[in-house]
Ligand binder design. Structure first.
Ligand SMILES: C[S@@+](CC[C@H](N)C(=O)[O-])C[C@H]1O[C@@H](n2cnc3c(N)ncnc32)[C@H](O)[C@@H]1O
Length: 220
């Protein structure tokens, strides 16, 4: 996946998917409420935070201590601009790739709309690193496009026979349940379900998506 693609996409300063939190963040919020999982004061890492729409939502709603990382310096500048007097002491945004994260012991690691843009090698790196970022019992919260995604399935050139991948403007990988179960077998999967929604766009029509929501716990 080309990092320059994303830096270029953010360069206009426009919030590509609007200023509200993503649907994936909202669904995670509902899951945590239903399961009564405490969040206040927990350490959270968001990987591929973009311009911070979800990080700022979690910081305010969940009262977490949050590190948000993204390799796009432009996106990180936009994310920092969203900090407020209430959350700036608990939130740090850094221009960084997940491959360079050296800290661990996070209670929560969140990545939305990232897994699908990673190359096969990067997805392997992500899966291998995930348990090391988490404290024992810590949770990985992953949201990524499904192979049944109405917007992208069947578009682009398929580059693998075992999975649905495409080369549209950028590499895109659409996941199946079986694949995610295998990719994250080192974690105890607590939830894995599809969610269908319309994603707003700053420009043009909303996109119709089906995404996987995966919640996995680090085994102690
Ligand atoms: C589709 S965007 C999603 C942004 C954000 N999660 C959201 O939903 O608003 C994917 C993001 O992943 C970031 N990204 C790509 N490769 C990455 C890597 N190796 N480490 C961390 N983030 C990465 C990109 O810069 C981009 O901001």
């Amino acid at each position: 996946m080309s990092l320059s693609y994303w830096d270029g996409a953010y360069r206009t300063g426009r919030k590509i998917w609007g200023g509200q939190p993503s649907e994936i963040a909202r669904v995670m919020g509902m899951f945590f409420e239903k399961e009564k999982i405490p969040t206040s004061g927990k350490r959270m890492l968001e990987i591929g935070c973009g311009y911070g729409r979800d990080a700022l939502y979690f910081a305010d709603r969940w009262k977490v201590i949050l590190v948000g990382i993204d390799p796009s310096g432009q996106a990180i500048e936009m994310a920092r601009a969203g900090l407020t007097a209430k959350n700036r002491r608990r939130v740090e945004f850094r221009t960084e790739r997940f491959q360079d994260v050296t800290e661990g012991s996070f209670d929560l690691v969140y990545a939305a709309n990232l897994y699908q843009v990673l190359s096969p090698e990067e997805r392997n790196q992500f899966c291998r690193a995930a348990p090391a970022w988490l404290a024992p019992g810590g949770l990985l919260l992953l949201g990524g496009l499904s192979s049944r995604d109405p917007e992208h399935a069947g578009n682009g050139n398929e580059i693998s026979t075992s999975t649905v991948s495409g080369e549209e403007k950028f590499h895109l990988h659409l996941s199946t349940r079986k694949e995610l179960e295998a990719d994250f077998r080192s974690l105890g999967i607590r939830a894995l379900f599809e969610h269908e929604f319309l994603e707003p766009r700053a420009e043009g029509e909303p996109h119709h998506h089906i995404a996987w929501i995966l919640i996995g716990a680090r085994k102690t």
